[in-house]
Design a protein around this ligand. Structure first.
Ligand code: COA
Length: 334
């Protein structure tokens, strides 16, 4: 059975922190951040939570699809930064939306999470187990950042994106494709967060209060170079793999939606694949790296701008902590 995306939505916090704001916290500057990452500003929670953003993104996706919350059979939230541990974020979103009939669970695979949520929901739908799924990537990474570590605080940010998937058993519906997914736990130390706290240190750091950053296990730690090298090699590889697995030619792909981690990673993938950069839409300049929210936010922006046309083939490619990386192919039908 084919599976289609029939609605998208996103929620971006209004509060903006630009590179100059960050330069007041750590030894960095706007020019360095733009040049090395492509990021100009990012949006940071100011009262919102991972769950509240997920609810709003989900609500907007339902509206876009023109369906009611009660039609959802499966609700998956991809997140590493939920404000609540039990119950899972997906159950909280169910409550918020009134998705009474949904089976709900969270998925934790960092920046590859949304692609894995898409694959998971698509497999359930293709198998005839459920008919309609809501998948959401929602992150408030600003809570997990040491705002005195210039290697990470320049990159990560907050937001949520969502998509509605529907099983389609019409005769002329497009075919389903097989995803490609990989994990390498041996290299997990490249991007690490060992424990959790419940405070956001940005406002304290911004008002020059003394912040106790003792206990680095409470913050993201990253070997930026190792992650960069992994991404520039594995992203083009996994895209080639998914094309080959599904016997689709690269020139048939209209859009490559890559996780928005760093402009240079996206540019390198385009170059290695021999594709024009215009086929790799980016919004990292505005939102920074929002982990599992980045691909659905980008998808929603493209959808709302009318960039996606029926019949176009898209590749979604995620990569990040784990290490994990994955690519999925889909036909746009909305
Ligand atoms: N501002 C100013 N200077 C900085 C800086 C900052 N925020 N961070 C590092 N530097 C300095 C370094 O100290 C170094 O100085 P030196 O040459 O005098 O020693 C120089 O800039 C280069 O540092 P380097 O660490 O080699 O920078 P980089 O080009 O690797 O860029 C990252 C750093 C983090 C932007 C880059 O490695 C990256 O984006 N990695 C991938 C991270 C990622 O995407 N993670 C999420 C995956 S889902």
């Amino acid at each position: 059975m084919a599976v289609n995306i029939c609605g998208t939505g996103s929620y971006i916090p209004a509060h903006i922190v630009d590179n100059n704001d960050i330069a007041k916290l750590v030894d960095t500057n706007d020019e360095w951040i733009r040049e090395r990452t492509g990021i100009v500003r990012r949006h940071i929670v100011d009262g919102e939570t991972t769950v509240s953003m997920a609810c709003e993104a989900g609500r907007r996706a339902l509206k876009d699809a023109g369906i009611s919350a009660e039609e959802i059979d499966l609700l998956v939230v991809s997140t590493i930064s939920s404000n609540i541990i039990l119950p899972c974020a997906a159950c909280e979103v169910q409550k918020g939306l009134g998705a009474l009939h949904a089976t709900c669970f969270d998925l934790s695979a960092a920046c590859t999470g949304f692609v894995l949520a898409y694959n998971t929901a698509a497999a359930y739908l293709a198998g005839g187990i459920y008919r309609t799924a809501l998948i959401i990537g929602s992150e408030s990474l600003s809570n997990l950042i040491n705002w005195k570590d210039r290697g990470t605080c320049i990159l990560f940010a907050d937001g949520a994106g969502a998509a509605i998937l529907r099983a389609d058993d019409q005769k002329d519906s497009p075919k389903s494709y097989l995803p490609v997914t990989h994990s390498d736990g041996e290299r997990g130390c490249a991007l690490l967060l060992k424990s959790r706290h419940d405070r956001n240190f940005l406002s304290a750091a911004s008002s020059q209060q003394d912040v106790d950053y003792e206990g680095e296990e409470y913050f993201m730690q990253m070997d930026g170079k190792a992650v960069f090298q992994f991404a520039v090699k594995k992203v083009p590889e996994v895209i080639r793999e998914v094309l080959e697995k599904n016997q689709v030619q690269q020139e048939e792909i209209s859009w490559f939606l890559l996780h928005q981690a760093n402009r240079r990673i996206v540019e390198s993938a385009a170059k290695r694949l021999g594709e024009p950069i215009e086929k790799f839409p980016m919004n990292i300049q505005e939102y920074g790296n929002t982990s599992s929210a980045s691909i659905p936010i980008l998808l929603d922006e493209m959808n709302k701008k009318g960039m996606l046309k029926p019949g176009q083939k898209l590749i979604l490619a995620g990569f990040g902590a784990g290490l994990t990386w994955a690519a999925s192919l889909l036909d746009w039908v909305e």
